[in-house]
Design a protein around this ligand. Structure first.
Ligand SMILES: [Zn+2]
Ligand SMILES: [Zn+2]
Length: 143
């Protein structure tokens, strides 16, 4: 992925191409599940003068347009990723907060059937699995 790809993604989502948006899209692509501070740092490596506000605004615009997905596990700040539209889920480490992708349980959205949909047309099932990551398991064994 390069700037030309990011510009194409923006145009495909009917978003105006701006330097902060291109840089934010690049940073989110390279740092899956990163929080806003991490993205800000990565964007500033490309655009040293970019403002906090420009980065927040870009994240909001990209999320609203659906080319960036915002996730927020309970107890965590918001995280962003560019893997969108496949209804994948996340597993979160209770100890260190590490997040990994888990493919959709069945393969198409929604991958879980609600026991009672209350008459809603359900199009997404947002699942977070909680546990302990391999690094934290190893650290616990050493103690
Ligand atoms: Zn961990
Ligand atoms: Zn993900």
């Amino acid at each position: 992925m390069g700037n030309a790809d990011y510009e194409q993604l923006l145009r495909g989502a009917s978003l105006r191409v701006t330097r902060p948006r291109v840089a934010v899209l690049g940073a989110v692509t390279e740092h899956a599940h990163a929080d806003t501070e991490t993205i800000l740092g990565a964007v500033r490596e490309r655009l040293p003068d970019v403002s906090h506000q420009a980065v927040y605004d870009s994240l909001a615009a990209l999320s609203a347009a659906g080319i960036v997905r915002r996730i927020q596990p309970s107890g965590s700040v918001a995280r962003y990723e560019t893997r969108v539209g496949d209804n994948h889920h996340h597993v979160v480490c209770r100890s260190c907060g590490r997040i990994s992708d888990v493919d959709c349980a069945v393969g198409h959205a929604p991958c879980l059937t609600a026991s009672d949909d209350n008459g809603f047309v359900v199009d997404e099932a947002e699942i977070i699995y909680w546990g302990t990551c391999p690094q934290c398991q190893a650290a616990q064994l050493e103690n």
